[in-house]
Design a protein around this ligand. Structure first.
Ligand SMILES: [Zn+2]
Ligand SMILES: [Zn+2]
Length: 344
């Protein structure tokens, strides 16, 4: 008899997840079987469910890519891990390891990469399988609920900040203070940057202020570009985590000459286009860079910041059965911080 587990499964795009019993997966060569303790709910999970991106996810799908848990079984050929080890599974399920990008330490742009909770089953389940070579090691005594958001929101914002090239003492503007943005503010502070926060919610801006943002701009109440230029003379760097394309347009114009913006948000669908000023980019030598989750090294660094107490996600826990309600809240932009599913 095959053992079964509880999981939240997507059977058709744009439909609610169904909570059902499915077989517990078997770890293949090089894989770990992990018992999930906590799994964060990322906005990307909602994009997956709604089919906002091309190509769409592999269906039926178990979403979830901020997974913290314990190893319960080792696949053949695994070394360096033991049953009981505390591990985290990020969006980057695997990459090919041999292409020009993987060889250059840019596995985030490997064309053969697989994605947890998108092309491979994710963590909205009691168990999942993941390749040992790509999981993050978590300290044995670390709080899995606090660390789950670091596995996507953490590593993604951390790499985004790194890719702006901003140096300590410089200004970074964080656009969108949601699940990613409130963590971006903390990484920026921990990296010695000064932070301006832009959002359309005063509640989210208050959270940014409590985390160390010095300048707060409500884009619904004021011209956000003018405000950033006026208050700090433009930003050396900007990181866009927002889900509205307008924020991506504004971020370029918030830069000071020579500035760099990193895009880490993915509005998807019809919002996947921007209009910008070519002359602003040319004349002021601005840089627009993409940043796609993070490498394993980024993940290790991001986890270290969090386990040293420098970055802490604001979380609320729910049970798996509540996941469709969480998606509804997310659609309305009502979530402050991160929701984490408690699988215990
Ligand atoms: Zn994510
Ligand atoms: Zn590759």
């Amino acid at each position: 008899m095959v053992a079964t587990m509880k999981a939240a499964v997507l059977h058709a795009l744009k439909t609610p997840l169904k909570i059902e019993n499915v077989p517990v997966p078997e770890p293949g060569h090089g894989d770990l079987l992990i018992k999930v303790t906590a799994c964060g709910v990322c906005h990307s999970d909602l994009h997956a469910v709604d089919g906002d991106w091309t190509p769409p996810p592999v269906i039926p799908l178990i979403p979830g890519h901020e997974v913290a848990g314990r190893i319960v079984k080792l696949g053949a050929g695994v070394s360096g891990f033991a049953v009981g080890d505390h591990v985290g599974v990020p969006w980057m399920y695997s990459s090919c390891g041999t292409c020009e990008f993987c060889l250059a330490g840019m596995e985030t742009i490997c064309k053969s990469a697989e994605a947890t909770g998108y092309t491979k089953p994710g963590g909205y389940a009691e168990y999942l399988v993941a390749p040992a070579a790509f999981v993050g090691r978590l300290p044995d005594d670390a709080d899995p609920f606090a660390l789950a958001p670091i596995l996507c929101a953490g590593v993604t914002t951390y790499r985004g900040l790194k890719r702006t090239g901003a140096r300590p003492g410089q200004w970074v503007t964080i656009l969108g203070i949601g699940g990613l943005g409130h963590i971006a503010v903390q990484y920026a502070k921990a990296m010695g940057l000064r932070v301006a926060a832009v959002d359309v919610s005063n509640e989210k801006l208050a959270l940014a202020k409590s985390l160390g943002a010095e300048v707060l701009v409500n884009g619904a109440e004021t011209d956000a570009v003018a405000a950033v230029q006026e208050k700090i003379g433009g930003s050396h760097a900007a990181v866009v985590t927002a889900v509205a394309s307008k924020a991506f347009e504004q971020a370029i114009l918030m830069l000071r000459p020579g500035g760099t913006v990193a895009y880490i948000g993915l509005p998807g669908g019809k919002a996947d286009e921007i209009r910008t000023s070519i002359s602003a980019i040319t004349n002021w030598e601005l840089s627009v860079r993409g940043s796609n989750v993070g490498t394993r090294q980024d993940l290790n660094e991001a986890i270290a910041f969090a386990t040293n107490g420098l970055v802490k996600a604001t979380i609320r826990t729910v049970k798996l059965d509540a996941v469709n309600d969480v998606f509804d809240e997310m659609r309305k932009g009502k979530i402050v911080g991160r929701v984490v599913i408690d699988m215990t």
